[in-house]
Design a protein. Sequence first.
Length: 106
Amino acid sequence: MALDRLDLSTNPYLEKHLEFLCSWVDDLAVEQQKFQYFARQLARQDKKSNAGQPRPEIPRRMEGLLIANQIQAYVDQMDRFTGDGMGKLYLASGLHQEEKNSRKEG
């Protein structure tokens, strides 16, 4: 039915996407902590100037890049979905205002 398109309930979709988004942001934070740890270890070795010690292993950047891209995909989807929802709310508000004005006149 045409009125189904005016359904204003977006909560379940957005709630699920926010849960996924939070999970991916947590994963990205873990990846960034790995890089911070690596940088601290490298700085300590440089201060000590121990040429005989092996350098710490460089963390792979691909995981962080994949996570960042996944986050961007969720944000884009939520942006499109909420944009549609805002359009529906604007339309519903206009219809409500028009109805209110016609009652005042009648």
